[in-house]
Design a protein around this ligand. Structure first.
Ligand code: ZN
Ligand code: ZN
Length: 280
């Protein structure tokens, strides 16, 4: 591995190669500039088996980044802490917010960080958790977005998300953030669920990183409920920025991914647990 190479292995995803577990969730292992980063942890059922199978030793990770507090990104945290008790955790201060998904005709579903994970997480020392709400540099070429301003009129959080079980207070998922790596080939942007919207996320990272070229966008894009207008605008933006690879994972939605692929072509690739990507 060259010192400027970036390697990303998808550990947990809604899709998986044979021999790996799939689940509704996301986790990725990232090696860049000598750092080993675990980005999200999935729901907690798939991480142990998949990380072992893919030879990602979680005890060697330098940091854990939590893209936001939903159960399908934080549920594997207890396992990570068992493997790596002192791992530094980067997340937004609102990560522990109690929140719900309320679908028409169904009971409110609590989609917060699971109870058994909360008790572990909130028992950690303050020094182990780095709270981030503004852009933060992890090292010279790696940064976290912090809160992503919501500017695009067509983008929303992507689902019926609320802070109360009665569905009166919308949850804007303030804690949603994305990771960026400035590689030799341009920016690599990693999203969890992208509740801030893909256009908002990329636009903000271009601004805070000062970079112009987008090499790859990888992660969940949460477009399953997006309007045709929003999907069109997302495609136009990705084409305008000339994003070279768009790896749609987790909550992107099969139809939305197919739409992007039809419009943008082979630059759009389906992600899955077991995918190993590098920036060559
Ligand atoms: Zn998710
Ligand atoms: Zn989410």
């Amino acid at each position: 591995m060259n010192e400027n190479d970036v390697v990303i292995k998808i550990l947990v995803d809604n899709k998986a190669e044979d021999g790996l577990l799939k689940e509704h969730g996301f986790s990725a292992w990232i090696e860049a500039y000598g750092r080993k980063i675990l980005f999200d942890t999935g729901q907690g059922n798939a991480l142990a088996k998949n990380s072992e199978f893919l030879k990602c030793d979680l005890s060697l990770a330098d940091i854990l980044i939590l893209s936001h507090g939903h159960y399908d990104h934080t549920g594997g945290m207890a396992y990570v802490l068992k493997q790596n008790p002192d791992i530094k955790i980067f997340c937004h201060p609102k990560i522990g917010t109690i929140r719900y998904s309320i679908r028409e005709g169904a009971n409110p579903k609590d989609i917060s960080m699971p109870e058994e994970i909360r008790s572990v997480f909130f028992g950690l020392s303050a020094g182990q958790i780095k709270q981030i709400d503004k852009p933060e540099s992890i090292s010279g070429n790696i940064g976290l977005s912090g809160f992503i301003p919501r500017k695009d009129p067509l983008e929303d959080t992507g689902g019926p998300f609320f802070l109360d079980p009665a569905g009166k207070q919308p949850d804007i998922i303030e804690d949603d953030m994305a990771l960026w790596i400035n590689s030799d080939n341009g920016l690599i942007i990693i999203t969890g669920c992208c509740h801030s919207g893909l256009i908002n996320t990329i636009e903000y990272i271009l601004k805070i990183s000062g970079q112009k070229k987008i090499h790859a966008v990888i992660g969940g894009f949460h477009l399953a409920n997006a309007s045709a207008l929003r999907l069109e605008a997302t495609c136009e933006a990705l084409q305008k920025w000339n994003a070279e690879q768009i790896i749609a994972c987790h909550c992107t939605g099969d139809e939305a991914a197919a739409f992007l692929r039809k419009k943008i072509g082979t630059k759009v690739i389906q992600g899955y647990a077991g995918m190993e990507w590098n920036n060559e």
